[in-house]
Ligand binder design. Structure first.
Ligand SMILES: [Zn+2]
Ligand SMILES: [Zn+2]
Length: 153
């Protein structure tokens, strides 16, 4: 499948998921999601704003942050805190969960980010936190290192 049509398909799945959940994937939300899916790497809010402005000259940071907030809430994108940037959720299809456990493998050389969803890791973090009397809501684990391609060099 060509990358362009893959993005298109993911956008359609996102629209279907929003319709199912009774929320609106407005034009601007759809555009921001499209830009994130089309990006080759995690993309920051201001880079998104720049790209959005090519099409919508009156776009502001608030426009972008609101759309990002919505997309995160819907589980369609994740924020990679370490990079202060956003990626599309790998499992944002028909059956995706809004708040699934997420771990990121972040390559320090090429910045490639791989999303994992390992319930075992999530359970370990939760158990360890509770042992300290802490009640966790949500945990994102970010692991920095070298991806397979960069490691092989
Ligand atoms: Zn995800
Ligand atoms: Zn790499």
């Amino acid at each position: 499948m060509k990358p362009a049509s893959r993005h298109q398909r993911r956008l359609e799945q996102a629209a279907a998921a929003c319709a199912r959940d009774g929320v609106r994937l407005t034009n601007i939300r759809r555009q921001v999601l499209g830009l994130i899916l089309a990006a080759e790497e995690p993309v920051g809010a201001y880079a998104l704003l720049d790209r959005l402005k090519a099409d919508k000259a009156n776009a502001t940071p608030v426009t972008v942050y609101r759309a990002l907030g919505f997309l995160q809430e819907q589980g369609l994108i994740h924020k990679v805190e370490r990079l202060n940037a956003f990626v599309g959720c790998i499992e944002a299809g028909e059956s995706h969960r809004h708040d699934h456990a997420v771990q990121f493998l972040i390559c320090r050389s090429c910045r490639a980010v791989t999303e994992m969803e390992d319930d075992g890791i999530a359970a370990s973090v939760s158990t360890a936190a509770r042992r300290s009397g802490f009640v966790p809501d949500h945990a994102t684990v970010e692991v920095e290192g070298l991806c397979a391609a960069c490691h092989g060099k």
